[in-house]
Write a protein that binds this ligand. Structure first.
Ligand code: ATP
Length: 304
């Protein structure tokens, strides 16, 4: 009886382990499934390792479902090493631009080029190698903090992981936990806040060191100190990189080389912060509104 009990008990543990691994795998496949919308062309070549990493959208139109067009004739360029920020109401198509650049989907009209090559003509692997994404909602694996950061560059040693964590200002938080970099995170481990998760994603991206960066700002508001810190970290991560920033707060975009204002899948205004303010259009209205909301909040805090 005892002999039978032990293996069964062991099997129970094993079963739970396997079941959890399958759940994790399932999640991963769901993510991969989403990425498998497009296939490499026969004979597709990788992007070159060294290039002038510009990004160009030329007359791009796109629909997830044929009956509902999302982007209409969108054209813009991010010269190598520059930052373009996209603002606009929820649902205007901002994140769709990022998904298309990463080639989760193919455009129906127009073209998207990286380093002058149509993304449909090169291997998906090389496109994804060239791009680092800091998403709105970072997927953390049920594994250690170290694994989650090193995911940006498998095989990176502890020293390199720690350097990236320091640069993303998450090191002291990690060091303050009893198990440090061995701390398990994710659903069954330490729960990280939105800001901490974004920092893990920034550290991952710093490790990967890709020439192109997509930053999809979290919609959920962080407290303003955290928000400013993340913005500063992002700014240093984006230095000399070609960056597409999807912004939900205008304070993020002030320094961008160009700001695109989107509405209903169209770019309705473009320019620098100063140019758009001077224009007195939609961006200037959004800015004035945000300033007054912040002003009211400040007045409330200081009791005016
Ligand atoms: P937010 O600021 O809320 O993140 P957004 O400007 O980034 O919004 P997108 O996520 O690009 O907007 O979505 C644009 C439109 O495309 C929305 O109407 C959305 O419902 C639709 N959409 C997004 N993803 C899909 C999908 N996988 N299938 C069908 N429609 C989608």
């Amino acid at each position: 009886m005892i002999q039978l009990y032990i293996p069964l008990n062991f099997l129970g543990v094993l079963y739970r382990e396997i079941k959890q691994s399958l759940t994790d795998l399932e999640k991963m496949f769901t993510l991969m499934e989403r990425e498998r919308e497009v296939e490499d062309k026969a004979g597709a070549q990788p992007l070159p390792e060294e290039a002038d990493w510009s990004v160009k959208f030329e007359h791009v139109s796109f629909a997830y479902e044929p009956a509902r067009p999302i982007l209409h004739d969108v054209s813009f360029e991010i010269p190598a090493g520059k930052t373009v920020a996209v603002v606009g109401p929820s649902g205007s198509g901002k994140s769709t631009l990022a998904r298309l650049l990463y080639r989760f989907y193919d455009v129906q009209q127009g073209r998207i080029a990286i380093a002058g090559r149509d993304v449909r003509d090169v291997t998906q692997g090389s496109v994804r190698q060239a791009i680092g994404i800091v998403p709105q909602d970072t997927v953390l694996f049920n594994d250690t903090v170290e694994y989650n950061i090193a995911y940006g560059r498998p095989g990176a040693g502890r020293a390199v992981v720690e350097a990236a964590a320091r640069a993303a200002h998450i090191h002291s938080f990690i060091a303050s936990t009893p198990k440090g970099y061995e701390t398990m995170v994710g659903e069954r481990g330490l729960k990280l806040s939105g800001g901490e998760k974004q920092r893990v994603a920034i550290a991952r991206t710093l490790l990967k060191n890709p020439p192109i960066l997509i930053f999809d700002e979290a919609t959920s508001a962080l407290d303003s100190a955290n928000e400013r810190a993340i913005q500063a970290e992002l700014k240093s991560a984006a230095q000399n990189k070609t960056a597409l920033v999807i912004a939900h707060r205008l304070s993020t975009v002030v320094d961008a080389h160009q700001i695109l204002v989107m509405e209903l899948g169209r770019i309705i205004e473009r320019g620098t912060h100063q140019e758009l303010l001077a224009r007195g259009g939609r961006y200037a209205d959004m800015w004035a509104l945000q300033q007054s909301v912040e002003g009211e909040a400040l007045a409330e805090v200081i009791g005016m």
